[in-house]
Design a protein around this ligand. Structure first.
Ligand SMILES: [Fe+2]
Ligand SMILES: [Fe+2]
Length: 191
């Protein structure tokens, strides 16, 4: 699936608002890919597809994860907000002909992160948090940091997200906690 096909596909699956978000995530992902010497095409395709399963029902998501347990990454036992990335990755792999593991990974982990994230994983995660229409407190700070230091930005982003989940009294995905611990150790180790 090329970028044009992916855009047409998600245009049909998403509301206007979420489609606009998707296009903004793509722009930010390409900007970060250029900045860090990552593959721009892969960043663009992962960004376009990242929320492609966000507007289907929980039942449908559960069905997709049950059908492909080998790709569900513990899916059902994890908090529901992370399901849509996992499902988008499964659909991209099994229905839409996306074979590139780096792209599939970046789609799957865009909400929770994971330990040992690749450069592309980090780019899509951060692009999703800092796309042009985002206006949460602190977003400008993260926009500056992500252009300076990808890992420091990832650490700040995961801290922010995980703290927010906990402050809402919601369950924190253990994978997200592990992602935070992992990036923290990496940032600390480089001094
Ligand atoms: Fe998402
Ligand atoms: Fe998103």
């Amino acid at each position: 699936m090329n970028l044009k096909q992916a855009k047409e596909l998600v245009r049909g699956r998403l509301s206007d608002k979420r489609y606009e978000h998707t296009i903004n995530v793509k722009k930010m992902a390409v900007k970060l890919a250029k900045r860090y010497g990552a593959d721009k095409e892969k960043a663009a395709l992962a960004a376009i597809l990242h929320d492609s399963a966000k507007e289907i029902s929980k039942d449908e998501m559960r069905e997709i994860m049950r059908q492909y347990p080998q790709y569900a990454e513990g899916g059902e036992s994890r908090p529901t907000p992370v399901w849509h990335g996992i499902c988008a990755s499964i659909l991209a792999r099994t229905q839409w002909g996306v074979e590139d593991e780096a792209i599939l990974s970046a789609i799957a982990c865009h909400t929770a992160g994971k330990p040992g994230m690749s450069k592309l994983d980090k780019i899509v995660y951060l692009a999703d948090m800092t796309s042009a229409e985002r206006d949460w407190p602190g977003v400008n700070k993260l926009r500056k940091l992500e252009l300076k230091d990808l890992d420091a930005a990832m650490l700040a982003a995961l801290r922010q997200t995980n703290d927010f989940v906990l402050s809402q009294g919601k369950p924190l995905d253990p994978v997200s906690k592990a992602a935070y611990d992992d990036i923290k150790a990496r940032v600390n180790a480089r001094g």
